[in-house]
Design a protein around this ligand. Sequence first.
Ligand SMILES: [Zn+2]
Length: 278
Amino acid sequence: MKAKKELLIPLSAVLAAMAVTLIIFALYREGVITPLTFKRPKELTKTDVGETIPYEPEEYCENLLLVNAEYTIGEDFAPHVEYYKDTDVLMNSCIIDDYALLSSYIRETYGQKFCVSSSYRTYEDQQRVYDEEGPDIAALPGTSEHQTGLALDVYVHRFSGFGFIDCEAGRYVNNYCQEYGFIIRYPEGAEDITGFSYEPWHIRYVGQPHAEIIAEQGITLEEYFDLFEIGQWYAYEDYLISRQDEDEITIPASCDGDGVIVSPDNTGHVFVTIDQSS
Ligand SMILES: [Zn+2]
């Protein structure tokens, strides 16, 4: 009798442990809890890459162009744009794949068509918008990032402009667009930095890992640029990032050139982004 009782206590403890494990597993699967302890730390940290060598890119990516009142683009600036699928919406070629992913997620999850009211504008288009809407609403030609094809004004049926965040799809875009390489370019409370008041409908492509870092730190594109000392290398997850003089581009000597993206930033510098997982 005594022996049986001793056996029962550990058995109940085992059953209780199993129950707790099952509950934790169920909560994890439902997304109620996340395995924080298993996530790799996401932090942009200075890193020593050792010896570096000069690098001449075969092509450049336009994802990190800064366009604002201080860093303008000229009348003859011609970004790489193309029509999105079979629409008449022109966007920068580098954003098309990620935009398609975001668009299909919105359609599948919320049953709504993700629409673009304004995308690429030429200098002349911007001049026309400026003349029609005036300086309080429209950006001066040369200072609008719509001229890069990287910015999109988006909406779903019945929810546009500020009303965009009154629907689930709009809130999703505002909270998670960084997963698709986009940022909310003119966030609330950053007017002094961006020169624009809050625009929940204006998404801007910057690509990865830049969009993730900007969203995690809750900063603007202008502030993101300031995080980087020129010529210094930084590590973030599997990426290496360096902001450099545009006529002195280097990569680590240990890098064979795979996964290297060079992005002129319209300030006389380039961003070198290396995806080490590729
Ligand atoms: Zn816009």
